[in-house]
Design a protein around this ligand. Structure first.
Ligand SMILES: [Zn+2]
Length: 387
């Protein structure tokens, strides 16, 4: 334990302030009495810090429900208008920009296409413009922003705020945070899209889940591991690259240099490439999904094979980590009804029953918003620091 910090009463007080704010955020509307009764804080500590939070504008008083007679108790809740968080999800073909209020409620949302992914600086410039536009439309200014989160479909070095490699964008060693930091002197979080989505799904849908794996299947496959309630990052910060477990060493070549990685056999790129091989024509995934929904038998066969291959990767994850929950997200969920039966069959057939019995398999409830919700939570945690 750090003696200097523990001996510094100012530090302790501020830490308590942040702690009490987070409790109000999590449980509000909540009364001062409830806060004192359910935490280790004394009534006096609660009262002092709440006063400060109210004067700072972070917390407001409210009335909850109907009174049972007598004086209505006063409840505390987070002031949603105190600050906004912007979540920026950079995908392969588009950018999703979402604004949250301080209660982490979605307030604004915009998606725009990436016209030229070979010019990342142009993409970032456009994002900055869109943030300004959204602020204006909402009658807000940069002063209202609490922090920003940026998600990318690739490996990140969070220490250096660097995007190391996003294969499907072709971006490498890119200081993706720098232009944002230049414009806004605010907390900024850079995260891999699947890891952010894992945090989003866990925080907003399965807050009780201790051990879960989120599998994001789009053009490639990314994963986020929640271990004992926290995102597991590993030594490199990029743990969970299950997209590159080798399923078939004679399989298609992967951009990582190996052959037959899971993502070459179970992603949307697999669907696109399989269709092209069978029909000698390269269609977009939207066109192929449409053909599947219209009942084209060849496409449905590809979907089924994709489901089987997804199942094989999930067996490996299940047998290695034994999570209580595996959540499948990403654009692949658009064809979930076609892939799910094969996923379940492969798991039944091949997974160790002791792990399989304990695990639930679900599709993401937040859908294509899981990443932006996770970013909002990460930015919130980084921003709420009253020291
Ligand atoms: Zn690979």
């Amino acid at each position: 334990m750090d003696r200097i910090k523990v001996g510094n009463s100012q530090y302790i007080r501020d830490l308590n302030l942040a702690g009490i704010f987070k409790l109000i955020h999590q449980y509000g509307p909540v009364s001062r009495k409830e806060l004192a009764e359910n935490t280790g804080y004394s009534a006096a500590t609660i009262s002092n810090h709440v006063k400060r939070l109210i004067s700072m504008g972070f917390v407001i008083e409210t009335e909850k429900g109907s009174s049972t007679g007598g004086r209505k108790p006063v409840y505390l809740t987070v002031n949603p208008d105190k600050g906004r968080i912007f979540s920026i999800d950079i995908e392969v073909k588009q950018v999703k920009l979402v604004m949250f209020n301080l209660k982490l409620e979605l307030e604004g949302q915009k998606t725009f296409p990436i016209f030229d992914k070979d010019k990342p600086e142009g993409v970032i410039r456009q994002i900055l413009l869109e943030i300004e536009k959204m602020l204006q439309e909402m009658g807000l200014t940069a002063e209202d922003i609490l922090g920003l989160g940026v998600a990318v479909p690739g490996l990140v070095d969070r220490g250096k705020n660097l995007l190391e490699f996003a294969p499907n964008l072709g971006w490498r060693n890119l200081e993706v945070v720098k232009p944002f930091a230049k414009k806004y002197s605010l907390p900024i979080v850079l995260e891999n899209e699947a890891k952010a989505a894992a945090i989003g799904e866990r925080e907003f849908v399965y807050p009780q889940a201790k051990n879960m794996v989120y599998i994001s299947i789009n053009e490639g496959i990314g994963c986020g591991i929640i271990f004992d309630g926290e995102l597991y990052r590993g030594a490199s910060g990029n743990a969970g690259e299950f997209g590159h477990i080798i399923i078939d060493s004679d399989g298609p070549k992967c951009h990582c240099g190996n052959h037959g990685c899971w993502e070459t056999l179970a992603s949307e790129n697999f669907i696109i490439n399989s269709y092209a091989r069978l029909n000698n024509i390269m269609l977009t995934k939207d066109e192929i999904y449409q053909k599947g929904k219209e009942g084209e038998q060849g496409v449905i066969e590809i979907f089924k094979e994709t489901g089987k291959n997804i199942g094989i990767g999930l067996v490996n994850i299940l047998n290695s980590l034994s999570p209580e929950l595996m959540v499948i997200g990403g654009d692949i969920t658009r064809i979930k009804d076609y892939i799910f039966p094969d996923i379940i069959n492969v798991l039944k057939e091949k997974a160790l029953s002791i792990s399989h019995e304990k695990a639930d398999i679900k599709f993401s409830k937040l859908g294509n918003l899981a990443t932006v919700y996770g970013l909002a939570k990460l930015v919130f945690d980084k921003s709420i620091d009253f020291v």
